[in-house]
Design a protein around this ligand. Structure first.
Ligand code: 5RP
Length: 221
């Protein structure tokens, strides 16, 4: 197995150990989460799960996890998800799979949001692209408003699990908190892939053959 894939598995398996019997669990989306699902299922715990995408839902059902409709879920004990970039101050970029709006909602619903990544995701500072989900209604005007912040490219053939248009912001990031607010304030933007450190309880990094657990902001890379 290639190193990054091996590290994803290591991080995913370590995160599966954080889940306890009786918990409600948010399931993220992506290739790292694809390692987490069987690692969780094999523990044979009594769990109720909410999935952030149809792909995750079907993978979770295949390994025997019980999935509930998220629209009826008020609270989750824990959510586990991957990320595209993790900065030393704990800011994340997510949405490589175009599911960041759902992923942010599920993370915000959980008492504890755990991020699982291989070591290639640790970056000295966040950089473009930052995924965006836009309403298709008024799309051209939304893209025009966004152009005041920086270039935006549409991902061909990509929609979010809720039918939103997926684009990538390709301008400078600078202060992520400022950019997060500026992107969110553009009419027609459903959500962006910048996740603040206060949303994150813990980051589990697969590094070589070890899993390292760290708090957001405690990065040393
Ligand atoms: C999907 C995501 C993923 O968590 C992110 O893209 C990381 O994916 P992977 O685990 O495949 O590297 O945000 O919207």
């Amino acid at each position: 197995m290639e190193t990054a894939e091996h590290e994803k598995r290591i991080a995913a398996e370590a995160a599966a150990e954080l889940v306890e019997d009786g918990m409600s669990v948010g399931l993220g989306t992506g290739s790292t989460v694809a390692f987490f699902l069987p690692a969780l299922a094999v523990r044979g715990l009594d769990l109720r799960c909410a999935a952030t995408s149809p792909r995750t839902e079907s993978l979770a059902r295949e390994v025997g996890l019980r999935i509930e409709r998220f629209s009826a879920v008020e609270h989750l004990d824990i959510a586990v998800d991957g990320a595209d970039q993790v900065a030393p101050d704990g800011w994340l970029v997510k949405g490589g799979g175009g599911a960041h709006t759902r992923e942010k909602l599920v993370a915000a619903t959980a008492d504890r949001f755990v991020v699982i990544v291989d070591s290639t995701k640790l970056v000295p500072a966040l950089h473009a692209p930052v995924p965006l989900e836009l309403l298709s209604f008024g799309l051209a005007s939304t893209v025009r408003r966004l152009a005041a912040l920086g270039p935006v490219e549409r991902r061909t053939g990509r929609t979010s699990p809720d039918g939103g248009v997926i684009c990538d912001y390709r301008g400078p990031i600078g202060d992520p908190r400022w950019l997060a607010g500026a992107l969110r304030a553009v009419a027609g933007v459903v959500d962006h892939g910048l996740f603040p450190p206060e949303l994150v309880a813990e980051i589990v990094v697969g590094r070589g053959s070890r899993a390292e657990r760290m708090r957001p902001g405690g990065g040393r890379w």
